[in-house]
Design a protein around this ligand. Structure first.
Ligand SMILES: NC(=O)c1ccc[n+]([C@@H]2O[C@H](COP(=O)([O-])OP(=O)(O)OC[C@H]3O[C@@H](n4cnc5c(N)ncnc54)[C@H](O)[C@@H]3O)[C@@H](O)[C@H]2O)c1
Length: 247
């Protein structure tokens, strides 16, 4: 089989981190975005960001040689056509169903027939994305967590028509990327697969506690860290997910 290659569509908070993680794992990676500035920011995050190559080298987590090799495997390009020639494409555009459906239609038209189309959607049905393509057997959810280079999540969502080959190949690549693939079923009646359904139920309750004037956001964060040994509390988690994990 030829060398694995993955195209990443969208170079934002998730796309840039996913591209970095894949390239570090030895996978040739092509990251694209419709916005040239986003591409530039994505590259900067990968090189100089909090979880980027330079700091990983400075902290002794990655050798200079491996960082250079990973960067050499990673291309940032405005060309969607370059990204879709990869074995697998991971869509990381903003969480809007109309946009994702449009992107999946485009990907289906432009990618070779064999390309697997994966989405990093936080919760839209994979069945809906698969339905706008002519390759529903090669459409799958590959849900990552932020920051991608650090978090081990690989929630792999199979829709009714996703083939076993597609599932197995994506699980294999996720494992190669150092993640812990867990396969779950698509459930279009609810938003958020498994991890996010449970997480949002918790955030909703945390917000209710603050609205009721029982405790501040900071206090809720602290209580959950102290009680459950979480790395950060629910409100800090929301901030990190939406703004990225800056200093
Ligand atoms: N932020 C998180 O913690 C997190 C975690 C898991 C999953 N997700 C999911 O990942 C996806 C991306 O989220 P994000 O936080 O990285 O968003 P983001 O806004 O940081 O990045 C999205 C990028 O997509 C680009 N884009 C928009 N339309 C495009 C198109 N047609 N083709 C190519 N690029 C396009 C934008 O220019 C932008 O740079 C969403 O579906 C989100 O729900 C986010």
């Amino acid at each position: 089989m030829s060398e694995p290659s993955i195209g990443v569509i969208g170079a934002g908070v998730m796309g840039s981190g996913i591209a970095q993680t894949l390239a570090t794992a030895g996978i040739r990676t092509v990251c694209t975005d419709i916005d040239e500035q986003a591409l530039e920011r994505g590259r900067e995050t990968v090189v100089d960001g909090r979880y980027g190559f330079e700091r990983a080298v400075a902290r002794g987590k990655l050798s200079r040689e491996d960082a250079d090799a990973a960067l050499a495997r990673l291309t940032f390009t405005p060309s969607l056509d370059e990204a879709v020639t990869c074995e697998v494409v991971v869509e990381c555009v903003p969480e809007r169903l109309d946009l994702k459906l449009q992107v999946f239609r485009d990907l289906d038209q432009r990618a070779p027939e064999s390309t697997i189309l994966a989405s990093n959607t936080s919760g839209f049905p994979i069945t809906a994305l698969a339905a706008v393509t002519n390759r529903p057997d090669r459409v799958i959810g590959w849900h990552w967590a932020s920051p991608p280079p650090i978090m081990r999540l690989a929630e792999i969502i199979v829709a009714p028509k996703t083939s076993d080959e597609t599932r197995d190949r994506v699980c294999e690549l996720a494992a190669q990327a150092g993640k812990n693939p867990v396969v779950v079923k698509d459930f279009p009646q609810a938003w958020g697969f498994v991890a996010n359904r449970i997480y949002f139920a918790m955030v909703q309750e945390a917000s209710r506690v603050v609205e009721q004037g029982i405790a501040s956001q900071e206090d809720v964060n602290q209580l959950m860290v102290d009680c459950f040994n979480w790395p950060v509390g629910p409100f800090a988690m929301v901030k990190g997910a939406t703004e990225g994990w800056k200093d």
